[in-house]
Design a protein around this ligand. Structure first.
Ligand code: SAH
Length: 456
């Protein structure tokens, strides 16, 4: 077998795609991961990092392109850490995501038969993000620049017009850059922990057209504030302008203190018929069009008739809870972040929805406590946990409560598979599985699963 070394060049045929979107090829049983290569490509590769049985290689030249390949639209798609799949046609990306879910459910979940329904793709997989956070920095030749971090680094790849974001981003960033140049405002430098302007957060309500700009600063005020506001107000739709103070030496983007400069301090948007108030620090799904499809699917899987008591665990700002409440007798939401629950209650009031109740706390503590104390019953339990999935105590309690249905919304099909396996071993069976693409050009995929209790 060849002893591979760094910088070796070789031919490779790409046969599969990794979880992270790299092309996978083999040379005499040795596995290579190649960023930017697409399944079906024949390439010339250069070894970058060699391990015992696998290595990472760089795509040097495409000798014969795969029929799944397409020309990336973004000129910096390879340098930028944001997208992994731009070189793959969108239809193929959807197939890749469907396979990812299926593979996890069969390999990790141990399910023989997976009732997969077609993944829900986007009509237009570009400009779908309603939110972007742009870091400010200085180029080698001393210009003020913004863009996105290169993969696994904090080097800025200059780009004021990310094709996943809204067109207004470019105008907003141009105005802020000119303001910085005019008043000699320095971008924040992480290593030195100095400079004033950190990230700019831009959000847009897709249905309402309202725009929000929140400038994160390493300080508590900005010079010539009125000029900053005046400049931004020339962008159509500008509704909310604020500063967010972040004095910490941290790579967490937002601080905790917001100073309002213009407007009501929030923008409004809709998912379906439900209205949401979005403040600079609130969590809100970044792809509202696909979110609506995802929640409609969760609602359909829940099969509500108006008589049910539903628990929505990991409810965030109550997005799914309010959606479900339109068809249920009562919805009870549980979320660990107190501010998110404040938003959830406010959003319920904003929509005149009264059949919801929210609890602050860990799902694995609130659910058993409420169940034991009040024997609270559930017809349906919906869960939408973070990537690490549900806590075992949470799953055990669900099994004890024995709802007819469990609807699992997941952003990580590996932990989803693990949790479904537990439920399948404890009286539930998988009835429906459907993927939803919320993040085109990236490797991420959301999944909704319906599990029903097996009658005994
Ligand atoms: N369903 C919401 C949010 C899902 S994101 C929506 O679609 O908008 C997952 C949420 O789980 C986050 O809001 C996170 O704060 C919350 N969370 C994380 N760990 C938790 C736990 N142990 N108990 C309850 N909520 C938790």
């Amino acid at each position: 077998m060849t002893e591979w070394k760094k910088n070796d060049r070789f031919r490779l045929e790409i046969e599969d795609m990794s979880e992270n979107g790299e092309g996978i090829g083999k040379t005499e049983g040795f596995t290579w991961f190649v960023k930017d290569a697409v399944m079906g490509d024949q390439i010339e590769a250069k070894a970058m990092k060699v391990k015992k049985s696998y290595g990472f290689a760089k795509l040097e030249k495409i000798l014969k392109p795969s029929d799944k390949r397409t020309e990336p639209l973004c000129p910096v798609s390879r340098q930028c850490g944001g997208c992994q799949l731009q070189a793959m046609s969108y239809e193929e990306q959807l197939r890749y995501k469907e396979r990812k879910i299926y593979n996890n459910l069969t390999r990790i979940g141990g399910f023989g038969h997976v009732p997969m329904e077609p993944v829900m793709g986007m009509e237009n997989p570009w400009r779908y993000r309603n939110k972007a956070q742009f870091p400010w920095g200085v180029s080698r030749d001393g210009r003020i620049i913004t863009g996105f971090y290169a993969g696994r680094t904090h080097c800025i790849v200059e780009n004021e017009d990310c094709l996943l974001g809204v067109e207004e981003n470019r105008q907003v960033l141009g105005i802020i850059r000119e303001y910085m140049e005019r008043f000699h405002i320095r971008p924040y430098q992480e290593e030195a922990h100095e400079g004033l302007f950190r990230h700019t957060l831009i959000r847009k309500g897709f249905r309402t057209g309202e725009l929000m700009v929140c400038q994160v600063i390493n300080g508590d005020k900005i010079p010539h504030e009125e000029e900053f506001v005046k400049g931004l107000l020339s962008v159509p739709g500008m509704t909310s302008i604020s500063l967010c103070v972040n004095l910490e030496r941290t790579n967490v983007i937002m601080g905790t203190k917001v100073k309002n400069l213009y407007g009501p301090g929030f923008i409004t948007d809709y998912i379906g018929e439900v209205k949401y108030r979005i403040s600079p620090l609130s969590f809100y799904q970044v792809n509202p069009i696909q979110t609506e499809k995802l929640y409609k699917t969760a609602l359909e899987f829940a099969g509500l008739t108006g008589k049910e008591t539903v628990w929505d665990l990991y409810c965030g700002i109550g997005t799914i809870s309010l959606f479900l409440a339109q068809r249920a007798k009562k919805v009870l939401g549980v979320e660990i972040v107190p501010q998110a629950i404040d938003d959830a209650r406010e959003n319920a009031a904003l929509n005149g929805i009264e059949n919801v109740e929210f609890f602050v706390g860990k799902a694995e503590e609130v659910l058993p406590e409420q169940y034991e104390k009040h024997q609270l019953y559930a017809d349906v339990i919906v869960v939408d946990p973070p990537r690490k999935g549900c806590d075992p105590v949470c799953l055990e309690t669900i099994v004890r409560m024995a709802p007819e249905k469990v609807v699992y919304v997941s952003c990580d099909s590996a932990t989803l598979a693990r949790d479904l396996k537990y439920l399948a071993e404890n009286g539930y069976e998988v009835r429906r599985v459907r993927g939803c693409d919320m993040f085109g050009m990236s490797t991420h995929v959301e999944t909704v699963v319906l599990m029903s209790r097996v009658q005994d």
